[in-house]
Design a protein around this ligand. Structure first.
Ligand SMILES: Cc1cc2nc3c(=O)[nH]c(=O)nc-3n(C[C@H](O)[C@H](O)[C@H](O)COP(=O)(O)OP(=O)(O)OC[C@H]3O[C@@H](n4cnc5c(N)ncnc54)[C@H](O)[C@@H]3O)c2cc1C
Length: 437
């Protein structure tokens, strides 16, 4: 009997867990192919700690080929999805085009940064979704501190030490707080600089941050960050940041060498040009069974989707509500999706996805955090311990759990590494200079 060809687009949370579930549940019935631009799954909740030097960035990713033995793993960028002819095209890093045919497709392409047409943002802003962006931010902040310590120009020093984060969701707040915590720790080695020289500014268009945690925890976090000398500007928008000249909607204007954009996500753009039915916000429309559905709610044979790129009904909240983009949903939806495909192939009925969100935990730097889970709200050290415990249990594979735990243990004895590897971003420079001399 020929095996059913399952093509999984994206090897993030949904891609990895769907493939693992399928290979466990329907091993002999399927040929699984996973394609992703990157050779690894990114454990995004650890990116703020990777940016802050508490975790080695390599340990915040899970290599796909190592974990998906028995599946075909391809590296390439998905360019087109033509479900009518059950065909996908992708380009490799070498520019070659791959054509991939399938029987069932799983859309697991996640989301990208949702930007606005703000002057200067596309040229000057930094994203914070991927491990390379976390590494870049860490090297940039530490590099700017080193430069600020050597310049005699006060205006340049102020610009180098001004770090603007736009967007106060939990990813933005964690990146903001963790990076400041690292910068403050780094000042220990720079007697030329004072803590007051650091200028960390968060800009949030709404009247609160951390909306996922409720108003009281958002207000507590603002107070906590301000107590540390950081500025949190609510009901304020970034109007422009051309070449680092930042202008805000409250009339403030100042120079900043670093602007990080963490103001939300939108579904991966490739699905816009596909022939799959999309919801009002550009997500792939799915039923609670995670089958892709058309505008009348009829499932498209052979098409499935989950995670940040999908609009999945939230059966806990009821009619008209959709599951929020979160790792918590993505993992559970992926396992559910894998089980449903296996059930479909075996001729069994499909089950509906239903999960009550357990809450959110966020780290605000070493020993500091906030948590709101199952009606329990924690602040400070207990929340931070809960954050670390939860994510250590949640990161896939024993290998990654052990490596992250060792990173944390080493930092207790030797303090975290606070050296900028900024030259990583121009690896040929030394050789070029040598060749020219
Ligand atoms: C900094 C940060 C912190 C977060 N912290 C938390 C947290 O604490 N708790 C929580 O619940 N959630 C958190 N999230 C959200 C969580 O990471 C996402 O909800 C989750 O990753 C969604 O899973 P996914 O599989 O849908 O997408 P992803 O995990 O993003 O996977 C999508 C994959 O598709 C690939 N891809 C995209 N386009 C293409 C293409 N054209 N061709 C090939 N491959 C492509 C990408 O490379 C990626 O590997 C955080 C997110 C960020 C950015």
């Amino acid at each position: 009997m020929s095996r059913t060809r399952i093509l999984i687009l994206g090897g993030g949370y949904v891609g990895l867990y769907t493939a693992l579930t399928l290979m466990r549940r329907a091993k002999d019935a399927v040929d699984v192919t996973v394609i992703d631009r990157r050779p690894y799954m990114t454990y995004a909740p650890f990116l703020p700690e990777a940016a802050a030097g508490s975790i080695e960035p390599r340990h915040a990713v899970v290599p796909l080929r190592r974990e998906l033995k028995g599946a075909r793993v391809l590296q390439g960028k998905v360019e087109t999805i033509d479900h009518a002819s059950r065909s996908v095209t992708a380009t490799t890093d070498l520019g070659e085009t791959l054509t991939l045919d399938y029987d069932h497709i799983v859309i697991a392409l996640g989301a990208v940064s949702r930007t606005l047409p703000i002057p200067g943002l596309a040229d000057f802003g930094l994203g914070f979704k991927y491990v390379e962006e976390a590494i870049n931010l860490r090297n940039r902040v530490l590099g700017r501190i080193a430069r600020a310590a050597t310049t005699t120009d006060p205006a340049l020093r102020r610009r180098l030490l001004t770090f603007v984060f736009v967007g106060g969701g939990f990813a933005g707040v964690e990146a903001f707080a963790e990076t400041e915590d690292m910068a403050r720790a780094a000042l220990r080695y720079y007697p030329e600089l004072k803590h007051d020289d650091l200028n960390f500014v968060m800009v949030e268009a709404m009247g609160r941050i951390l909306p996922e945690m409720g108003p009281d925890m958002g207000a507590y976090t603002v107070t906590e960050l301000e107590r540390r000398g950081m500025r949190v500007l609510l009901e304020t928008r970034l109007e422009s940041c051309i070449d680092g000249h930042v202008a805000l909607s409250n009339g403030e204007a100042f120079e900043a060498d670093t602007v990080v954009w963490t103001a939300g996500v939108k579904p991966s753009p490739v699905i816009q040009s596909s022939d799959l039915p999309l919801g009002p916000r550009g997500h792939v429309n799915t039923a609670a069974t995670l089958q892709v559905i058309d505008d009348s709610g009829i499932p498209l044979p052979g098409a499935w989707a989950a995670g940040d790129c999908a609009q999945v009904p939230n059966l806990v909240e009821g009619e008209g509500d959709w599951c929020a983009p979160s790792a918590q949903h993505a993992v559970r939806q992926a396992k559910h999706l894998g089980r449903n495909i296996a059930a479909h192939l075996a001729g069994r009925p499909l089950a509906e996805y239903k999960h009550k969100h357990l809450g959110v935990v966020a780290s605000l730097g070493l020993n500091k955090g906030v948590a709101s889970t199952m009606g329990i709200k924690l602040r400070g050290w207990p929340a931070w311990v809960m954050h670390r415990t939860y994510h250590l249990l949640a990161i896939p594979t024993f290998n990654r759990k052990a490596r992250v735990a060792l990173d944390w243990t080493a930092a207790v004895f030797f303090r975290r590494d606070l050296v900028s590897m900024g030259r990583l971003h121009e690896p040929r420079r030394a050789f070029e200079e040598a060749a020219r001399s």
